[in-house]
Design a protein around this ligand. Structure first.
Ligand SMILES: Cc1cc2nc3c(=O)[nH]c(=O)nc-3n(C[C@H](O)[C@H](O)[C@H](O)COP(=O)(O)O)c2cc1C
Length: 563
């Protein structure tokens, strides 16, 4: 493989936190200077969005037509969904609704797949793995599997003995299994250059959110395991098997989580002592495919990868949840099944500039992004909330247009307020029942579009937003690797908004393209100080469909007998 090197590394930066800060600073988009990227699109080297492991036994998963999932709103009320037993069918549905295909789009002879999880540029850097016990119709032995979404199949990377599974299972509740996510950073770097590392982390957060909602649809619960190091996750998923990835694009460990299939049982939340060694000693097969014939090396990405490697950390204490569940923001009668909402999720490419939302739906959507709510995806995340929402309200019936803030981490309101313009009103919108504050009223459609790299969808929507992180504090308290976790949190919020928009009959889009310091200036935040940083933008409104595109079913390419 040819590897070209573009741009210089981050030089002279002493420690990991400083490396991260330097990476973040140099990958800011500004109207006069976008973050360093490739410039031209090298179409001949566009990475294959589908990783396969040749030599690993492929096992087709069932495609379940009558999914029998509950109404979408039931996902937000714990205990209402009877858990499904772990079978090949339920596992297949779990993976399809989280990482599987939802449709193909076609235009002028080209086609591309869409998936349950969104992805910046539809480049899909995220790969999924499961570590399973012996399961009828899959294998009579436990093992580690890679999920191949195009084939809706598992690739058996490692066969484990029962003793190895017993070691693993000691850290899990009965009938639980593990799910892991990894990223091929090159897939995003091919198009976006240095800023791509950020997008991979957003995508991992979205994928984690997608896993949480798919699990909840089956009555299961995802629980992030926050203690293991990246080296442990790599060992568990076989990412460090150099011979299996020789001369192909590396996969970087993102995270590992337990999938608890009987949520009534209190589950340990850890990777048992000896688990990684037991899996390493299993019988591994398969070699990863090459995704591009040549690759451009981005030293700034290599530097931030190294700086954000996760060490082993102490397990986080259980988080507290609010006693109440979030009320349904609309008539539950009209809301389709969870699987319908998940499969129909799409990003809007244009907004109509007309459609608004009722104030109840708006408040309900925002309430479901609050971290203390006892429903997915927040029950998965054991880390503290560090992201607040800066909202550009355009068309909400009964709420004046303007700039608002949702303080997801309300304990930090004084610190955030002190960092913003003195002139903001900070009027609590009491009728919302949530920590929503009006900063300044007025038409902010133009400012919203400007902030989002002049993308019209940010101003033509019902509302758009910037996700502002408690940045410096997180890095200083939790270490450089927590940079990744901040982006995961934004992805989780984004996944809630994607599904909430579908349930409300509108549509949304995540926006990784925004002018970082423009947003900071708008809020009055000193661009020279990284205490607070905007990490992701989002927009929700009435979508305009692109009629030129043809939509094709997700799995029609599979042999007839599998459909
Ligand atoms: C992290 C992230 C950043 C994105 N940034 C933008 C953006 O700046 N502008 C845009 O129009 N779409 C953006 N998107 C939407 C993607 O293009 C979209 O998810 C992808 O094409 C797949 O389509 P789907 O979401 O309909 O499945 C982003 C999505 C994600 C997850």
């Amino acid at each position: 493989m040819t590897i070209l090197s573009r741009s210089s590394a981050i030089r002279g930066v002493p420690d990991a936190v400083a490396q991260v800060r330097a990476y973040h600073q140099r990958t800011k988009h500004m109207p006069e200077r976008y973050a360093p990227g490739p410039g031209d699109m090298d179409w001949a080297n566009q990475p294959d969005p589908f990783r396969r492991f040749s030599g690993a036994r492929p096992i087709a998963l069932p495609l379940v037509h009558d999914d029998g999932t509950p109404p979408y709103d039931a996902l937000f009320h714990s205990g209402r969904i009877s858990p499904r037993p772990l079978t090949a069918e339920s596992l297949g549905l779990f993976l399809e609704l989280s990482l599987g295909l939802t449709a193909w789009k076609a235009f002028q002879g080209t086609r591309w797949a869409l998936r349950s999880n969104p992805s910046s540029g539809n480049l899909h850097p995220t790969e999924g793995y499961v570590v399973l016990p012996a399961l009828a119709a899959l294998s009579d032995r436990p093992g580690v599997y890679h999920y191949a979404p195009r084939e809706h199949a598992l690739e058996q990377r490692c066969v484990l003995g029962e003793a190895a599974w017993s070691t693993l299972a000691a850290g899990l509740s009965a009938d639980a299994f593990l799910v892991g996510l990894t990223s091929v950073h090159w897939r995003e770097a091919w198009k976006y250059g240095e800023r791509a590392y950020r997008y991979c982390q957003h995508d991992a957060g979205h994928a984690l959110g997608a896993l949480c909602f798919a699990a909840a649809s089956l009555g299961w619960r995802v629980e992030l395991l926050s203690a293991p190091s990246d080296a442990d996750v790599a060992g568990l998923l076989g990412l460090d098997r150099a011979a299996d990835f020789a001369a192909v694009e590396a996969e970087h460990p993102d995270l590992i989580a337990a999938v608890v299939t009987d949520p009534a049982v209190a589950a340990p939340r850890r990777l048992a002592e000896g688990a990684v060694a037991a899996v390493r000693a299993g019988h591994w097969t398969g070699t990863a495919n090459r995704l591009s014939s040549s690759r451009v090396d981005w030293p700034a990405i290599a530097a931030v990868e190294a700086a954000t490697l996760k060490p082993p950390t102490a397990p986080l204490p259980p988080r507290g949840f609010a006693a109440t569940t979030t009320p349904a923001p609309r008539s539950t009668r009209d809301v389709p099944r969870a699987a319908v909402i998940i499969r129909q999720r799409r990003s809007a490419v244009a907004m109509d500039g007309r459609t608004g939302l009722s104030i109840d739906v708006f408040f309900g959507m925002l309430a479901r992004t609050l971290p203390d709510r006892p429903h997915p995806p927040w029950t998965a995340a054991d880390f503290p909330a560090r992201i607040n929402l800066c909202l550009f309200v355009h068309r909400i019936d009964g709420l004046s247009p303007g700039l608002y803030v949702l303080m997801r981490d309300e304990a930090r309101i004084d610190a955030f307020r002190a960092a913003c313009h003195d002139g903001f009103a900070w009027g609590h919108v009491e009728s919302s029942g949530i920590p929503l504050y009006a900063l300044a009223l007025g038409d902010c459609r133009q400012a919203a579009a400007h902030a989002s790299c002049f993308q019209a969808i940010a101003g033509d929507s019902a509302f758009s937003l910037g996700m502002v992180a408690d940045f410096a504090r997180t890095l200083e308290e939790d270490g450089a690797w927590a940079y990744r976790r901040l982006f995961w949190e934004t992805g989780l919020i984004g996944q809630v908004l994607y599904l909430e928009a579908e349930a409300a009959g509108v549509r949304s889009t995540g926006m990784g393209c925004y002018f970082d310091d423009f947003v900071h200036r708008l809020l009055g935040i000193d661009p020279g100080d990284d205490a607070w940083q905007s990490l992701y933008h989002f927009t929700v409104g009435g979508a305009v469909e692109d009629e030129r595109l043809t939509t094709l079913p997700a799995y029609d390419h599979l042999p007839r007998e599998r459909l």
